[in-house]
Design a protein around this ligand. Structure first.
Ligand code: ADP
Ligand code: 5GP
Length: 198
């Protein structure tokens, strides 16, 4: 039996040995969500862990599919109850991976994919050392900025926060098992497929 610390290490829970966890991380705007959607379209057998967040939904985002959109009060309650495998604050909002969204599926032998930011990715790797961790890099910082702006869904102050954070995130890329540059989209999808299935 493995002992799993929560985010702050205050509580512990026991959990049977795990199947395969895959963490996809990288700076905001690099294309993680778009790549993930394509991978999930091609491989419906993969299970995507839907995170909880205090961020407001963007146009087109669906509660329960893209995220579980909850209030800060609800988020804090889940933290206190130890319901998160990891959580982090990012650009003014909280994001967390729900235990229930992951462990049952891993224990059932499924491949479970988490698309999360750096602090959460580090936490998951610490808790589950056998995790396959993939870091997505932009071809350049200028292209990253272009993509965040091109997405057209974040306020200017959020864009600045995300770009500031991106520098720190990119500097941590070498910590991860596989680094993939998302320049040509199809090529990046192929490299993710290779990392997961070969
Ligand atoms: P993230 O989930 O990492 O924040 P998104 O998946 O929302 O990023 O992608 C940000 C923007 O970049 C989107 O408009 C998306 O269509 C675009 N994008 C993703 N991959 C590429 C690529 N290889 N080349 C050009 N634009 C891309
Ligand atoms: P966005 O607001 O652009 O959807 O997400 C902002 C950042 O939060 C992204 O880097 C995304 O990967 C990350 N994120 C999404 N869900 C989680 C989560 O459950 N935990 C952590 N730590 N980060 C998450």
């Amino acid at each position: 039996m493995q002992v799993l610390p929560t985010h702050n290490g205050a509580n512990t829970k026991e959990c049977p040995p795990l199947g395969k966890l895959i963490v996809l991380t990288g700076p905001s705007g690099v294309g993680k969500g778009t790549l993930m959607n394509e991978i999930l379209r091609r491989y419906p057998e993969l299970h995507y862990s839907v995170s909880a967040t205090t961020r407001s939904p963007r146009p087109g985002e669906i509660n329960g599919k893209n995220y579980n959109f909850i209030s800060r009060g609800q988020f804090e309650k889940l933290v206190t109850q130890g319901e998160f495998l990891e959580w982090a604050e990012f650009a003014g909002n909280c994001y967390g991976t729900l235990r229930a969204a992951v462990l049952n599926h891993v224990q059932a032998g499924q491949l479970v994919v988490l698309e999360i930011e750096l602090a959460g990715a580090r936490q998951i790797r610490h808790t589950f050392p056998s995790t396959l961790s993939i870091f997505i890099l932009p071809p350049s910082f200028a292209e990253l900025e272009k993509r965040i702006r091109g997405r057209g869904q974040d306020a200017e102050k959020d864009i600045s926060r995300r770009l500031q954070r991106a520098e720190e995130e990119i500097a941590a890329a070498n910590e991860f098992d596989v680094k993939i540059i998302n320049d040509d989209f199809e090529q990046a999808v192929k490299e993710i497929e290779k990392a997961i299935f070969e």
